[in-house]
Design a protein around this ligand. Structure first.
Ligand SMILES: NC(=O)c1ccc[n+]([C@@H]2O[C@H](COP(=O)([O-])OP(=O)(O)OC[C@H]3O[C@@H](n4cnc5c(N)ncnc54)[C@H](OP(=O)(O)O)[C@@H]3O)[C@@H](O)[C@H]2O)c1
Length: 322
């Protein structure tokens, strides 16, 4: 079948290990099923995989992609929950020490078909296109959990979203605004700052710029480059929720003194549960909010989409279609 896969790992030049070609149809273990992929969105995770972060050389060749929307074996329109937990795991799937994401241990979604445990298949919300639904399982689910499970934010509170243009960041801005939260966003890029205002930010700032007030929570996906600014932007007792470190995990200053003196909370967050994916779908249904798609391109051009993510030339999600 058609597939986009990592054939080798290259930390410096990630696209060198990418092949757009053919792989065998997926094997389907007991309790698993296949989904015919109609749309799959690119995440920074796919770039990390090609760089060898989270993907071991022994697992190659590995079909990339965490997210998919498509048709299940019974002809239903579905999307897949990308967190694969152990068969005997009960409770929050993101806390299973043996969990993995599609494309880490099990083949991913950039292909004609993907095999997943039956319990990882959920109904596609009727009001969403396949392309929109394909944005939910990673970036939008991660943003939903950061905001509504981890941050403690309530209506009328304030939040800072760092690095406005990213897939997770655009989801954070849109969801927070729809939930009645005051949204500040930063971007290094003037055009992205203008677009952040269009999708719901109340005010935007250059990277590192002082905010007009200290916020109740910061949503951090950038890491080293923005960490100090994030900590300095919090009110006493505020919360920073971190799900990623695109710019590296070693900030110049860890800001430990500020963290204890101002009694800040640092909350790690990874993906979301199947239950949260259902709740996210309901939230979109009730509010009419839709994932922001930067561009849809045929899956055969996955290299162009991945190059755009590597260069930061993206505002929202890039979706690959079949
Ligand atoms: N833990 C999890 O479950 C989970 C889930 C999803 C994503 N993540 C992680 O979260 C991060 C974001 O993911 P994504 O898919 O949204 O990525 P993305 O779309 O590639 O995000 C890119 C954004 O990061 C910002 N950025 C990158 N380098 C920067 C730098 N040096 N200084 C300031 N800003 C910088 C840029 O903001 P501006 O250009 O606007 O300044 C850019 O818009 C990734 O590291 C990803 O691995 C983790």
């Amino acid at each position: 079948m058609f597939a986009v896969y990592a054939d080798s790992i290259n930390p410096e030049s990630p696209l060198d290990g990418l092949i757009i070609g053919e792989r065998p149809e997926p094997e389907v273990p007991d309790g698993w099923t296949t989904v015919t992929v109609k749309a799959a969105s690119i995440n920074h995770h796919d770039v990390w995989s090609l760089r060898g972060v989270g993907l071991r050389a022994e697992a190659l060749p590995m079909i990339l992609g965490c997210d998919a929307a498509g048709i299940d074996a019974d002809g239903n329109e579905v999307l897949v929950h990308a967190v694969i937990s152990a068969p005997d795991w009960h409770g929050d799937e993101t806390l299973d020490p043996k969990r993995s994401l599609l494309s880490e241990r099990f083949q991913g979604t950039f292909a004609d078909k993907v095999a997943v445990p039956r319990r990882n298949v959920i109904a596609k919300p009727a009001g969403l296109s396949f392309a929109e639904a394909a944005c939910l399982p990673t970036a939008w689910l991660t943003a939903y959990r950061m905001l509504f499970t981890q941050s403690g934010l309530k209506q009328g509170d304030s939040v800072l979203v760092q690095g406005a243009g990213g897939g997770v960041a655009t989801a954070l801005i849109t969801l927070a605004r729809a939930a009645g939260i005051r949204v500040y966003a930063t971007s290094r890029d003037e055009i992205k700052r203008a677009r952040a205002l269009e999708i719901g930010a109340h005010a935007t700032f250059d990277a590192g710029e002082r905010l007009p007030e200290r916020v109740d929570a910061v949503m951090e996906t950038v890491g080293a480059a923005t960490w100090s600014h994030s900590i300095k932007s919090l009110r006493p007792g505020g919360t920073i929720v971190i799900c990623g470190v695109t710019s590296g995990d070693a900030p110049k200053a860890a800001e430990l003194t500020r963290i204890f003196f101002l009694q800040l909370r640092v909350h790690g967050s990874t993906m979301g549960t199947r239950d949260e994916l259902h709740k996210l779908a309901q939230f979109l249904d009730v509010t009419g909010v839709r994932p922001l798609i930067d561009r849809e391109i045929p899956m055969e051009q996955a290299d162009k989409g991945l190059a755009a993510v590597i260069e930061g030339d993206v505002f929202g999600k890039i979706v690959l279609t079949r």
